[in-house]
Design a protein around this ligand. Structure first.
Ligand code: ATP
Ligand code: MG
Length: 576
């Protein structure tokens, strides 16, 4: 049992001005966290209680899935990161520094290198595999825009796990086990989530799923099929190949140049020429690690840079700056087109739907009309390069896709041999031959998960925690602590519940009832017991459900039992 008078939970009415999302505001107002620097926080007792509960579920489910807990250092020597090639590739998110002897180190943003080094030293034979090692550890990523409190911090706790198998078959099985463990974890936390196909990004590898908590404030857009189980991050979601030549005239004459003074955007050109956006061939020039590339897409769609990057096999791509556009196309931006353009060109499948259309003339204030793909220009390849849209057909079953917003709380990757090859982590197979081990990696952000839970579960009065990760299960509010009967009833109930393992916050403060009620609602403790003077004198207490607001009057001798029942019901909602 914890007594509020002896507990540091400094709630405040003030809405912090720099907090843009609900979870950040409520964690600050509830006295859960305190900012020390941008993206760097102190966890106050109640905040830490929540994180520890998240961690407990993580540990139980990782252990159940056969993973073993280790703890690796936060400080990592550069040599390991140079071996994997990420010392140069990772960029500015990696916080680097030197020790007194001028040796280079980084603060680990993720631990593939360290764990692969561990395994290459300790594993000799396939008989020692499979192996899955996990830790819950402090990570540092020097994010460009730390924001939303614990959602995108610079220093944060992550549960990261790494699996090692003798072959790809085994790696697939390890991945499946983690996928299942993740589903159990988020179900136990009482969260509405989707597992969606994702891009493999900075970490690399062959396949990956992101675990998204559905919330309108989410930074990620995800698509899911209304009728089958397909779900994907919009970055990754596959787009269909449309029927050819359905837009524009099929017997267009020769391409003609028309004047389009100061008309640059799709809307401007479409309006000015009276041609639908879907009949415009949008041409964007990218600077990439493999040279300049023009990318074409129908004016009705947007290019997906991640698909472009993956298609080109490039380390990076970015929209070309004005000087490059002028140098390559001979015109200011807004007038680029594929006809006669002397640069590598790839096109999204949507361009195939255009029988004839309009595009930039590579000349200031001019466009070409009656341009026919295949006749007037031929891209090096057609590929899926655009962003998916709400209503697009599902790539699996053809039903309509819906777009919703989500918060990425977990990520599972199949890594193949990306790291084990570079770091030479091998084992001997049954025939005594050396095999490079197959890996997977699996992350869950502890603080982000807690923040996501608030984003999904709150109301106008504050947080509404699922009981499995609430800071306390029950709060007891003696309305007037100076009334001896009230105080005694509160103490008895608190002690009784405490003895049965229920986590109780006893609000023994000499505050006005309204303030105590507001605080209890703000920090979102699932079950509230109110002991008012009149009720206690009549032999009653009040039991209130934080989520529904439903209140029942219960005789004092039956109060403990009623609380236990409500706690049990709420726990039943948080099972895997
Ligand atoms: P994002 O795209 O949001 O930056 P990521 O792809 O970089 O995430 P991973 O490298 O897969 O994330 O990290 C695993 C998990 O760690 C994420 O699913 C998330 O829950 C958490 N995480 C990542 N970055 C942060 C951060 N800056 N603050 C808090 N948690 C984070
Ligand atoms: Mg990131």
């Amino acid at each position: 049992m914890i007594r509020y008078t002896q507990y540091l939970m400094p709630t405040t009415k003030e809405t912090p001005s720099d907090a843009e999302v609900v979870s950040h505001r409520l964690m600050l107002r509830g006295g859960f966290i305190q900012k020390v620097a941008s993206g760097i926080y102190t966890y106050l007792p109640a905040g830490l209680r929540v994180l520890r509960k998240v961690e407990r579920i993580l540990r139980e489910e990782m252990d159940r899935a056969g993973a073993q807990e280790v703890l690796m250092p936060a400080v990592i020597p550069s040599e390991l990161w140079k071996e994997s090639g990420r010392w140069d590739a990772y960029g500015k998110e990696l916080l680097r520094f030197k020790d007194r002897a001028d040796r280079e180190f980084c603060l680990g943003p993720t631990h593939e290198e360290v764990v692969t080094d561990l395994v290459r030293r300790l594993v000799r034979s396939y008989r020692q595999l499979p192996l899955n090692l996990y830790q819950i550890q402090d990570k540092f990523r020097d994010e460009i825009r730390p924001r939303f409190g614990l959602m995108r911090g610079r220093e944060f706790f992550m549960k990261d796990a790494y699996s090692f198998d003798a072959d790809e078959e085994g790696a697939k099985e390890s991945y499946r086990k983690m996928y299942e463990a993740y589903c159990r974890i988020f179900r136990r936390m009482g969260l509405d989530f989707r597992a969606v196909e994702a891009d493999t990004g900075n970490i690399g590898g062959s396949s990956s799923h992101e675990f998204m908590v559905i919330a309108d404030s989410g930074e990620d857009a995800i698509v899911s099929c209304a009728s089958c189980s397909y779900g994907a991050n919009v970055e990754k979601a596959e787009c269909p190949v449309p029927a050819e030549g359905t837009v524009g005239s099929r017997d267009a004459g020769a391409a003609r140049k028309v004047e389009t003074p100061e008309k640059r955007t799709i809307e401007e050109v479409s309006g000015f020429l009276g041609i639908a956006p879907g009949a415009l061939i949008k041409t964007l020039l990218f600077e990439t690690s493999v040279g300049n590339v023009a990318v074409l897409v129908s004016g009705a769609h947007e290019i997906n840079e991640i698909k472009v990057k993956n298609r080109l096999g490039a380390e990076w791509v970015r929209l070309a700056e004005e000087p490059t556009v002028r140098a390559v196309t001979g015109a200011p931006s807004g007038f680029a087109g594929p006809v006669g353009l002397a640069v590598r060109t790839i096109a999204d499948h949507s361009v195939r739907s255009i029988a004839s259309g309009a595009t930039g003339a590579n000349e200031k204030d001019a466009h070409l009309v009656d341009v026919v793909p295949g006749r007037d220009f031929s891209p090096e390849a057609y590929a899926d390069l655009r962003m998916v849209r709400e209503g697009d057909p599902c790539p699996r079953c053809g039903a309509e896709l819906r777009v919703s917003r989500g918060i990425e709380v977990g990520h599972v990757f199949r890594l193949g041999t990306k790291y084990s090859e570079k770091l030479h982590a091998v084992c001997l197979d049954a025939d005594g031959r050396e095999q490079v081990v197959a890996m997977g990696c699996y992350g869950i952000g502890v603080g982000r998960t807690a923040a996501a839970a608030i984003e999904q579960h709150h109301d106008g009065d504050g947080m509404v925690w699922p009981i499995s990760i609430a800071p306390f299960e029950v709060t007891i509010i003696p309305v007037n602590v100076k009334n001896a009967d009230v105080a005694a009833a509160a103490e008895t109930l608190a002690a009784g519940l405490d003895a049965k393992g229920v986590e109780v916050l006893l609000d023994d403060r000499e505050e006005r009832p309204g303030i105590k009620f507001k605080d209890a609602d703000l920090v979102g403790i699932p079950v509230r017991v109110t002991l008012g003077e009149k009720n206690v004198a009549a032999g009653f207490g009040e039991l209130r459900d934080r989520r529904t607001g439903e209140t029942v009057r219960v005789e004092l001798p039956k109060l403990e039992e009623a609380v236990l029942k409500m706690v049990a019901e709420k726990k039943a909602e948080c099972t895997a």
